[in-house]
Design a binder for this molecule. Structure first.
Ligand SMILES: *Cc1c(COP(=O)(O)O)cnc(C)c1O
Length: 368
């Protein structure tokens, strides 16, 4: 079986974890949390890192830090994970959608202005599958209308837009270190920002909104979203190799692309001239003309011992969100198409070129 993903944990992870056990620093009070925050913030090129327990919590914390609250509208892509909508909803805000564009599957930035209202407070670009969103138009709209930009950077550790790292372009960004992300802490997340006020708000929200001057006195409601020193120990070990991981991902992605380019009817993200993508997952879209959908392809690849995952189903097609009276009757055609025709292929850090050859041959055989 070729697994869809597999983390690489063969650096100093064990050694640093053992240190946590030996010293007793196993909760969120511990030196690795601060070290991990420092190292990751430095790598991305921002001033402050606030580690949290997962990427979903990071998104909510980032929106809180940005001042998003009751009644505010947040513009986000329809093609993303439910965490983005949840983050807004939990704060009493309203997610507002735009479709994605067919080449990178990222939010179609040309649709943003048509969704602005007097309640719009933030734009949430989600860098999808390792390819950056076209940020200049987003920055221009945000500036013109005085909006905050909250990047969902959970899939782009190390990716760049015009030479600048994703997650350092907007006002604040949210990260995930789930086991299949480019670096992992098992479960884990982080909020990054260079704005001291936002950093303070994020740190407060993560820690029950305790007040520095008066500990058990609360003027706002937060959560316990803290990351443990155990998770951060793994994170510190992973940071030693992040450049290497990005290189591996790019090499595998380019090798896939070369193999798949010979098969008609397969589409994949093409790196824009202004982008450095990191191929978080190697994704394909099956052209409708092939007469085969993603579900069938995944089933057939499964028979060949090849692990896959489906694409996101659009936020506007989620029954749980319809129940909240959101997105009823809305349609986003590109999202709807790729949700049915898209899948990701094995993309783990331990994948070999020989295995990629096998995957490409299997895809070819199933289509043929
Ligand atoms: C993984 C992911 C998240 C959520 O992160 P978790 O750590 O799983 O909560 C959010 N947004 C995107 C785009 C992701 O890929």
């Amino acid at each position: 079986m070729i697994p869809v993903n597999q983390p690489l944990l063969n650096g100093h992870e064990k050694e640093l974890l053992a240190q946590c056990i030996e010293t007793g620093w196993i909760s969120s009070d511990g030196p690795f949390v601060i070290e991990f925050e420092r190292k990751f913030a430095d790598y991305i090129g921002v001033k402050y890192g606030i580690a949290v327990c997962n990427g979903t919590a990071a998104l909510e914390t980032a929106l809180f830090a940005a001042g998003v609250g009751k009644g505010d509208e947040v513009i986000m892509p329809s093609f993303t994970i439910i965490s983005c909508a949840l983050a807004a909803i939990r704060l009493g805000a309203v997610p507002v959608l735009v479709d994605c564009e067919p080449e990178t599957w990222n939010m179609d930035v040309n649709q943003i202005e048509s969704r602005l209202t007097s309640k719009t407070k933030a734009i949430m670009p989600v860098h999808i599958y390792g390819h950056p969103v076209n940020m200049d138009p987003v920055l221009a709209i945000a500036k013109k209308h005085n909006l905050v930009i909250v990047e969902d950077a959970a899939e782009v550790h190390g990716a760049e837009y015009k030479g600048q790292k994703c997650g350092s372009i907007g006002h604040v960004s949210a990260w995930s270190f789930y086991a299949n992300k480019i670096i992992t802490t098992g479960e884990g997340g982080m909020v990054l920002t260079s704005d001291p006020k936002m950093a303070e708000r994020a740190a407060s929200y993560r820690n029950l909104c305790f007040r520095p001057e008066k500990r058990f006195y609360h003027t706002e409601l937060g959560y316990n979203f803290r990351m443990t020193n155990l998770q951060a120990a793994i994170g510190v070990a992973q940071m030693e190799r992040i450049e290497e991981f990005v290189r591996i991902k790019r090499r595998l992605g380019e090798y896939y692309r070369e193999g798949l380019s010979k098969i008609k009817g397969i589409k994949y993200q093409i790196e824009k001239p202004w982008a450095k993508m990191v191929y978080w997952m190697y994704c394909i879209e099956l052209d409708n003309a092939l007469g085969i959908d993603a579900e069938t392809m995944m089933r057939e690849l499964g028979k060949e011992g090849i692990g896959t995952r489906p694409f996101f189903l659009g936020l506007h097609e989620q029954p749980a969100l319809h129940d909240l009276d959101l997105f009823k009757g809305e349609s986003y055609p590109v999202t709807e198409r790729i949700a049915r025709q898209g899948l990701y292929l094995p993309s783990g850090m331990t994948l070999t070129e020989r295995q990629i050859d096998e995957v490409v041959a299997a895809v070819n055989k199933i289509i043929g």
